[in-house]
Design a protein around this ligand. Structure first.
Ligand SMILES: Cc1ncc(C[n+]2csc(CCOP(=O)(O)OP(=O)(O)O)c2C)c(N)n1
Ligand SMILES: [Mg+2]
Length: 390
């Protein structure tokens, strides 16, 4: 039976390296709490499996809805990468922050935004988490401290640094978890933002989801340095590489980084080595153009859901019939989300210009009374009074 622990030589080591030379070995013991009782572990594994299955079935329905024209604009699926978002988000507190890219459906669900709310957003409906005005790439929820969904490659990285600065400035102990792809690391914003986080020692965890391709361009064709986590050295930052198909390894490595950010206010750069099983977006081929079918088939053997399921089987934590029950339940949840989204009303025409800009000096935006709360920055509360600008 397949074991979830990396066995092949192509899988990366999972571990953290300190910013400055230190005696800490690469595979240092995790600073997670002591092992919970077996029953708790089983419950945790079941929940991680359920969550990844929910995301997978949800996105399969997204592909179907997109083909039927129910979802407009772009749509980028996360299928194959579920272990990274699920494992990382599972170690956060509700008052921590998450910020991500356009490949955001599954992570929004992992953060607790309901499938109904995400599907309604994808269908452009008023009940969506961004009131139908964001769509696939711009899922937001203030309630869940989920700060998007960003379409510009690298744009969310400086925002995460700013959120972490805000946390530290206010004396909080939250952390900011920031996801982006490996193609973003050659963008200037990455370097500026990481320099500031390293310099000011900010509570931020940058998770690079290295799925090997930026659209159709392989990492090796675009980057002078392929060992991406090494870039943390330039900013005196802790770094780690993790097997992104192993949800438990991701949990452990991100858990260490979260602990460090929360207690020591130090940033970490994590490279999660993963693979997307679908095309870059709904409009390109799954394989046969920039990557071969043989490569994809090889990667499909390390499906994160199958790996966790096999691991749980080995430990007698779940039976085939229980997996089937879980699957049926999440399929029903996705069907419910589809029906809800389909039957929900479109946004009112009058809502078009609401929450677009903040009018005046921090006063309520035009439109509904909830606007000022919706528009205030994600780090919580109003910022300090600004100097008058010229
Ligand atoms: C600044 C900028 N340049 C180019 C694009 C077009 N673009 C959209 S996605 C993408 C690839 C990004 O790849 P990666 O960061 O590895 O994330 P992945 O799609 O693999 O999750 C590009 C170049 C963009 N959105 N923003
Ligand atoms: Mg990529």
């Amino acid at each position: 039976m397949t074991n979830i622990r990396p066995t092949s030589t192509s899988t990366p080591p999972s571990g953290t390296v300190a910013a400055r030379p230190s005696p800490a070995p690469v595979n240092a013991a995790p600073s997670m709490p002591a092992a919970p009782p077996a029953s708790d572990t089983r419950e945790l594994h079941r929940e991680l499996l359920r969550m990844m299955l929910l995301q997978r079935r949800f996105e399969e329905r997204c592909a179907e809805a997109y083909a039927l024209g129910k979802i407009g604009g772009f749509s980028h699926l996360y299928i194959g990468q579920e272990a990274t978002g699920t494992g990382a988000i599972s170690v956060l507190r509700p008052d921590d922050y998450v910020i991500t890219t356009y490949r955001d459906h599954a992570q929004a669900i992992a953060r607790g935004i309901t499938p109904r709310s995400v599907m309604a957003e994808l269908f452009g409906k008023a009940a969506g988490c961004s009131h139908g005005k964001g769509g696939s790439m711009h899922l937001f929820s203030r309630e869940h401290n989920f700060l998007g969904g960003h379409g510009i490659v690298g744009a969310n990285i400086p925002i995460a640094t700013g959120v972490a600065f805000g946390i530290k400035y206010r004396g909080g102990d939250q952390v900011c978890l920031c996801f982006f792809g490996e193609a973003a690391v050659n963008n200037g914003a990455f370097h500026e933002a990481l320099n500031m986080a390293g310099l000011w020692k900010l509570p931020v965890i940058y998770v690079i989801e290295n799925n090997r391709y930026g659209m159709g361009t392989a990492l090796e064709r675009a980057s002078a340095v392929n060992d991406i986590a090494e870039r943390a050295r330039a900013y005196d930052m802790h770094r780690a590489v993790v097997d992104g198909q192993d949800v438990l390894a991701v949990r452990r490595v991100v858990g260490e980084a979260v602990q460090r950010a929360r207690t020591e206010r130090l940033p970490t750069l994590i490279e999660s080595r993963t693979y997307r099983f679908m095309g870059h977006s709904m409009s390109d081929a799954v394989a046969g153009t920039y990557r071969s079918r043989a490569e994809l088939d090889e990667q499909l053997k390390r499906d994160p859901i199958a790996l966790l399921r096999a691991y749980m089987h080995e430990r007698n934590e779940i039976s085939e019939s229980e997996v089937a029950e879980l699957d049926a339940a999440v399929r029903a949840e996705c069907e419910d989300a589809w029906q809800f989204a389909d039957q929900s009303p479109e946004p009112e025409l009058g809502a078009l210009m609401q929450n677009v800009t903040v009018e005046g000096d921090g006063g309520p935006a035009s439109g509904d009374g909830a606007s000022s709360a919706d528009n205030s920055n994600g780090a919580g509360g109003a910022p300090p009074a600004a100097e008058p600008s010229s």
